[in-house]
Design a protein around this ligand. Structure first.
Ligand code: URA
Length: 266
């Protein structure tokens, strides 16, 4: 239709028609109008060229019957869930056969735990040393003798408490347990605590305190403060091996033991 005639019809109907024009008289394209409205740092949208499929996609052969997905292996219960239901004999057996971390390769035997399985007090240490690895019992070396004396000081025989470690296997050269080793071993200790149900836990040394309480703090910062493992009060103190090297700290350990005794009386 002739442009003049079209305008006349539109004017007669009361419709204003306005078309932006370039200086040369041609209407602006969509992109040019968008560019005029955008802040300078925002690029106007460009129509996307449809990409051609990549070559490797074209090379994929069509599915055949061989492409049926492999059957998944039957799901096994998570090891921790399994360990959490074991009784004492099954738990001890599981620990003695454990190969969950590399430490099993260097052990003479796993060191499970010892003492009264219904104890009010549970003592948790770090890991077996050479003598413990030999005898299969925690805290039997010099540190163990000091621990016995410390317990006696609050009226407890060794056989009255339950003693266990964060790790059940001896780390080579008595190095510190690695975090992944402590994690692998954790379900065993958790189960031991659940079975004993002690009224109080005494965590001796940094490794025991940090792993049990999921903390990064030094023992010196933790001792004297109230902690809990679940519902169970936890007293943090120095490791007997440290006390053998730093006897001047025994007075602090004695304060911690008195705290244990007070909690047991409650
Ligand atoms: N140190 C520990 O922490 N545990 C032991 O069993 C022996 C020494």
């Amino acid at each position: 239709m002739d442009e003049g005639l079209r305008r006349q019809y539109l004017d007669a109907m009361g419709i204003e028609s306005w078309v932006p024009r370039r200086s040369g008289g041609n209407p602006l394209t969509v992109n040019e109008r968008q560019a005029a409205a955008c802040p300078p740092d925002v690029k106007p949208l460009q129509p996307e060229a449809s990409p051609s499929p990549p070559l490797w996609l074209e090379e994929v052969p069509p599915p055949t019957e061989e492409w049926v997905p492999l059957e998944m292996p039957p799901t096994e219960p998570a090891p921790e869930a399994d360990i959490a239901s074991l009784d004492w004999p099954a738990l001890a057996q599981r620990v003695s056969c454990c190969t969950a971390c590399e430490l099993h390769a260097g052990r003479r035997q796993a060191v499970f735990g010892v003492g009264n399985r219904s104890a009010n007090l549970m003592v948790i240490g770090e890991a077996p040393g050479a003598e413990e690895d030999r005898q299969g019992e925690p805290f039997v070396g010099r540190a163990g003798q000091l621990l016995n004396a410390m317990l006696l000081a609050i009226g407890l025989q060794r056989a009255q408490v339950y003693i266990a470690n964060i790790l059940k296997c001896r780390p080579p050269g008595n190095r510190d347990p690695r975090p992944e080793e402590a994690l692998r071993c954790e379900p065993y200790l958790r189960r031991q605590i659940a079975l004993v149900q002690p009224r109080v836990i005494l965590a001796v040394g940094r490794i025991a305190a940090q792993n049990l309480l999921k903390s990064q703090e030094a023992v010196g910062k933790m001792r004297g403060r109230p902690f809990r493992f679940g519902e169970i009060p936890v007293v943090v103190s120095y490791h007997p091996a440290y006390l053998l090297r730093s006897p001047d700290q025994k007075v602090r350990a004695w304060q911690d033991l008195q705290q244990v005794a007070a909690l047991l009386k409650d």
